[in-house]
Structure formats: C-alpha cells, structure tokens
Design a protein around this ligand. Structure first.
Ligand SMILES: Cc1cc2nc3c(=O)[nH]c(=O)nc-3n(C[C@H](O)[C@H](O)[C@H](O)COP(=O)(O)OP(=O)(O)OC[C@H]3O[C@@H](n4cnc5c(N)ncnc54)[C@H](O)[C@@H]3O)c2cc1C
Length: 397
C-alpha cells in the first residue's frame, strides 16, 4: 500500500492549501458578512482569483473547465478547501452544486448538459436537489415519496411538497425526485425543472440550528401542476432511486472530505490556547485530561481520513455497489468526529470557545446537520449492519 501522492497532485494540494491560507481564510469573515446582505463581491473576487490560478472545479473533466482529477484527487483537494466554511465555494466545489454537477455528468443527455451543466460549471447558475418532503413524505426512507409526476399528452405534470431543498430559493434549476409509478424499485424519476417554471412555488427559506451561509439556505417548495416535457427526464423514467443513490454515495464522501478539513483546522486552532493558557500552575497542554481529548480527536480525524480515502479508491475502481457500506461507515464516523472535535474545541477554549469571538460555536451549529443530512446516522448503521450480515463487508481489507 502506497499512501504517497503523485508529484503533480502533491504540488496541487500545496497550491490549494496556500490559496486557502493566503486568500480565503483572511477574507472569510468578509465573505460571511457580505452574504448576510446577499452581496457577493469578495466571494466573486476570490472565485476569479481561483480561476486565474487554474484551480476552478479541479475534479471536473477538462472539457468542463476542470482537471479531470476524479474522486481520489477530490479527496486530496476538498480537504484543503474544507478548512474554511466558505472555501469550497471559492473553487465551485461546494454542495449541493458539486453533487448535482456530478449527477448531470453521469446521467444527463448532451442537450441537458449543454443547457444545465455548463452554467453550473461556470457558476453562472446554482442548483438544488429536491428529494426530502415534510412528513409523511420522503425522508430517511425515500420510498415514502409522495410528489407525483403524471403523464398528460406529451407532458409530465408534477405536484408535490418538498422541504430541505438546500439552495432552492436562489437556484436556477432543480433536480426533483417524483413518483411516476408505485413500483418499489422503479417508481421514481428525476426531473430537471427550471426554478422559474410555472407552478414552482418558493414557500419560504426556513431557519435552522445552523447559520444561513451562501447556498446553504433551506427552502420549502410546492410544485403545483408544474408541466415539463420528456426532455426534463434525467436518464430514463423509473431510474430515480438508482440515480439518487448514484449521487449520494460519492456526494456523502465529498462531504466527508470537506468536514475532515474543518475538523483538522479546528483542532489546529486549539494548539495556541493549549500552549499558552495557564491553569493550576501549568499550561493546558500539560493537563492529561486535555491531552486525552486531543489524542482522541487526532485519532478520529486520521481514521476518518483513511476510511474516506479507502472508499474513494473503491469508487475510482468502479466498485460503486460494494462501496456503499464503506461510504456509510465513513459518513457516520466523520460526521460524529466533526461534531466531537468542535464540541471539544469549545470546551478547551472555555468561555472564549462558547463566545462568538471564536469560530467554534458557529461551526458546531452547522456541523450538527452532518449527522442528519444525506441520511441520518441510524440509517447508515442499518446499511452497514445489513451488508455485514449478508457477508458483503470485508473489514480486514
Ligand atoms: C442541513 C440539511 C440540508 C439538507 N439538504 C437536503 C437537500 O439539499 N435535498 C434533500 O432532498 N434533502 C436534504 N436534507 C434532508 C435530509 O436528507 C433528511 O433530513 C434526512 O434524510 C432525514 O429525513 P427526515 O428529516 O425526514 O427524518 P425522518 O425520516 O423523520 O427520521 C427521523 C429520525 O428517525 C430515525 N430513523 C429513521 N429511520 C431509522 C431507522 N431505519 N432505524 C433507526 N432510526 C431511524 C433517525 O434518528 C432520524 O433522524 C437536508 C437536511 C439537513 C439537516
């Protein structure tokens, strides 16, 4: 097993790291403050700088403006970008656009790609993925799907109610999962719906525990007799559940990569306080209970890193189905690790950690969603347990 990176990828990683350190982190507070006023001057300037530095959408194929690095390359670079909560957006590698771009690359026709994918690659448009519905509709169990698309002449008519369509309020295009039959396996279809189509109602952006940040604004939508043609069907009718899985496995891994970057930064930020703050006659770094906290978090970040790399390696080899349980393990582990690291960073910094003078409490509020979004912990555990019982999970790889 060789864990070294190719010289080209190692150099690219160093370039992205310096870009984040020199340009993104110093401007982080400004990007966030402007975003509250829905202004994006600093973000746009950073995006232009990333493009000029040839660091734009590096994972996408060359013909779409990227470097064709694939998922292993994503692992290496997305961790670096994730060190800032606004980092991935500067390189156009943030959720949900990044996962939606990957899905369109995988399944969209040439005409669909020209119309919808290219503007996303250029960041002249944003997108949302609309699967989840308020109870009793699709949630942890997507087969509860209630949004329906019914054939009427040459068209499809979509009716339904969605929420947690991240970024849908400002999006130009929506990938909408709708029921087209009652077959448990082939009952769903994904439709590419223009956000301004007649009958798409943006009910509200609703407040959550996490701060609204850039595209991470949670929208509730209603689809009231929305009419689309066959050219809106992604791949083919009945392919919706399969495609949603095809999107979610790599997409949850790219979440892991960005979360690992933030966890690593949070732990690094603890170093100075531990080394300088004195309590009971010695610096905090000399207190064994805090040493243990650090060691556990370092271990968990490292383990999450290896799990993420291993699963990415499987996907790169085309072992998508086999990778599913490993992606569930990685997602659960890294989501919990991020929450634990941030909680401990607050603890280590005491009152300062709990205050908004330090970044940890804000980061923690958003990070808590990691254990729910893209499938809650328990559902991933269910997948791992099931696949393990069926002998599909080799633990001593
Ligand atoms: C910040 C954020 C962003 C999101 N972005 C998007 C998006 O862009 N697009 C989109 O479509 N969705 C999005 N989601 C929705 C997310 O995928 C769902 O919230 C998630 O799948 C859970 O569904 P639910 O909320 O309906 O929970 P429910 O289905 O009501 O489940 C509630 C709880 O029940 C438990 N549970 C469920 N099943 C089991 C089981 N088998 N065994 C044991 N316990 C179980 C779990 O603890 C779960 O948290 C987002 C969510 C969040 C928090």
């Amino acid at each position: 097993m060789d864990f070294s990176l190719s010289p080209a990828l190692a150099a690219l990683r160093a370039t992205v790291r310096s870009f984040v350190d020199e340009h993104v982190i110093p401007n982080e507070a400004k990007v966030i403050a402007e975003d509250r006023e829905l202004r994006y001057d600093t973000l746009r300037a950073l995006q232009k700088r990333a493009r000029d530095a040839d660091l734009w959408v590096p994972h996408l194929p060359v013909e779409r403006g990227g470097k064709g690095l694939g998922i292993m390359g994503m692992c290496v670079l997305f961790r670096e970008m994730g060190r800032s909560p606004v980092g991935a957006k500067c390189f156009n590698c943030d959720a949900p656009d990044q996962g939606n771009m990957d899905l369109l690359l995988l399944a969209a026709s040439q005409a669909q790609q020209d119309r919808w994918l290219q503007p996303l690659c250029d960041a002249t448009m944003t997108s949302a993925f609309c699967l989840t519905e308020p109870a009793p509709g699709a949630g942890a169990d997507p087969t509860n799907l209630r949004t329906r698309a019914v054939r009427d002449g040459d068209e499809w008519v979509i009716d339904g109610h969605k929420w947690y369509s991240t970024g849908a309020g400002a999006a130009g295009v929506l990938l909408v999962v709708a029921r087209t039959s009652d077959d448990p396996k082939s009952g769903a279809t994904i439709f590419i719906v223009p956000r301004d189509a007649k009958g798409v109602v943006h009910v509200r952006d609703f407040a959550t525990m996490g701060d609204e940040l850039l595209q991470h604004r949670e929208a509730e939508l209603r689809f009231e007799g929305v009419r689309v043609g066959d050219d809106a069907v992604l791949s083919k009718v009945g392919d919706g559940f399969r495609l949603a899985q095809a999107r979610l496995v790599p997409a949850r891994l790219t979440h892991c990569m960005r979360w690992l970057g933030l966890a690593d930064r949070a732990l690094s930020l603890c170093r100075e306080y531990l080394a300088t703050r004195v309590a009971f006659g010695k610096t905090l770094a000399h207190h064994q209970m805090l040493q243990r906290m650090l060691a556990e978090n370092a271990r968990d970040i490292h383990a999450g890193n290896l799990m993420t790399f291993h699963c990415a390696w499987m996907i790169e080899r085309g072992e998508h189905k086999e990778a599913r349980a490993y992606s569930s393990m990685a997602k659960n582990h890294v989501a919990k690790t991020l929450c634990k690291v941030l909680d401990d960073a607050i603890q280590i910094h005491g009152g300062l950690g709990y205050s908004e003078d330090a970044p940890f409490s804000t980061w923690y509020r958003s990070a808590r969603a990691a254990r729910i979004a893209d499938g809650p912990d328990e559902v991933h555990d269910m997948v791992v347990a099931r696949d393990w019982m069926m002998g599909r999970v080799e633990l001593l790889v």
